[in-house]
Design a protein around this ligand. Structure first.
Ligand code: FEO
Length: 391
């Protein structure tokens, strides 16, 4: 059943314990949840979002007992929250669907919804439920252009949709283990929100006018200490980076691994922290988490038929999409008979606004001179980190 957490306010948490991949791309080691909410005013009742259609049976089981819904608020048109809207509108034929102007076209092209059921709301518009008032805040690009949030004025609750959420399957209503949620939320930020860091930063002041006692996201547990997640987001979105080098790589016969290990040792000797990711075994979400704060990225690749290894190409393209705030990058590459792996990797990361630190291409395994060049690379990286005041 739905769980009441404030007077006349209920959470419908649909916990997806077994989901391990989102958008056929994002690893979910801890599952996820799709959270909908009910707000019962003295005159009208609103349902905020729905759940993923794959778990419709859980959602509708928890919706039992609510005989009337006047408004369905759709924050975001991605189907893990909007997918059950058509069925809900059929169950409650008088209900109106409330969404942002940009959401209207997306909903009409993605879902089986009649246009005359839709009511578009502007940024800052309010909707009275009687003794409870919903205020809609357009908050584009967290992480689609149509997204909005809702602030429940009387109870000081921010329904934040994907924003501030975490992919974490739990029956906890509120965060109970901040360390666990911090990692899940950071993974979520890295994979979903980081590409839109700058535009989110621009919209963040819109929340300053609200006193927020509870953040109720669409994934993961609610926050009854909102500063925990809001402060974390501010840090992740800031331009500050940490004394950290992320090294995603592939090694087929040991040459690249030897270069990577020598770089890590050389960085360690200079007080710089490394994160080594063998792309043949790594959880790509862990890599994304470390990209949130890293100052430098060094990509290691062998040459496969004159190209970078395909798994390196995949990781480079993913990093390019995620747009981390790293400031420096380099490449360690090896080859047997030909190719331009360094140039090809560089072409794959145009979105990264990085300064290139001299890369290194070796034939076969690195010789003494090339190992010295890796130490020079470490020296350059350490010097750059010192200039930033993070070392
Ligand atoms: Fe949780 Fe963007 O959907």
């Amino acid at each position: 059943m739905a769980r009441q957490f404030k007077t006349d306010i209920y959470a419908i948490n649909v916990v997806d314990w077994n989901r391990r991949l989102f958008d056929s791309l994002i690893p979910l080691p801890d599952g996820t949840s799709y959270n909908a909410y009910i707000v019962e005013g003295s005159e009208k009742i609103a349902l905020i979002d729905t759940a993923d259609p794959d778990l419709a049976h859980i959602f509708f089981d928890k919706l039992k007992g609510f005989d009337k819904i006047d408004y369905v608020i759709s924050h975001h048109s991605e189907q893990d929250h909007s997918g059950l809207i058509p069925e809900v509108l059929k169950m409650f034929p008088d209900a109106k669907l409330i969404l942002s102007p940009k959401a209207k076209d997306i909903v009409l092209t993605h879902l089986d919804v009649e246009e005359d059921r839709i009511v578009v709301v502007e940024d800052g518009e309010e909707l009275s439920l009687g003794n409870k008032t919903l205020k809609f805040v357009h908050f584009p690009w967290v992480h689609w252009p149509e997204t909005m949030l809702t602030y429940l004025k009387e109870d000081k609750i921010l329904f934040s949709c994907d924003f501030l959420g975490s992919h974490l399957a739990t029956t906890d209503l509120y965060v109970t283990d901040e360390c666990q949620v911090y990692e899940s939320a950071k993974r979520y930020y890295a994979e979903i929100m980081m590409p839109f860091r700058n535009i989110i930063k621009k919209n963040l002041p819109k929340l300053d006018e609200f006193e927020i006692e509870i953040v109720a996201p669409s994934h993961g547990p609610m926050y009854d200490k909102p500063s925990f997640i809001i402060d974390a987001y501010k840090e992740w979105m800031s331009d500050e980076t940490k004394n950290s080098v992320v090294i995603p790589y592939i090694s087929m016969h040991g040459s690249v691994e030897r270069m990577v290990d020598h770089l890590i040792k050389s960085l360690e000797d200079r007080g710089v922290k490394s994160h080594k990711f063998d792309l043949s075994v790594t959880d790509i979400g862990k890599l994304a988490i470390e990209l949130v704060d890293a100052t430098t990225i060094v990509i290691g690749t062998p040459t496969v038929i004159a190209e970078p290894h395909p798994m390196v190409s995949y990781a480079a393209k993913l990093a390019n999409i995620l747009k981390p705030k790293a400031k420096y990058a380099s490449v360690l590459a090896s080859y047997a008979w030909g190719g331009k792996p360094i140039e090809k990797v560089a072409e794959m990361i145009p979105n990264l606004k990085v300064e290139l630190i001299s890369p290194l291409l070796v034939k076969g395994k690195p010789n003494a001179e090339e190992l010295k060049a890796i130490e020079d690379m470490a020296e350059q990286i350490a010097a750059k980190h010192k200039e930033l005041g993070i070392l």
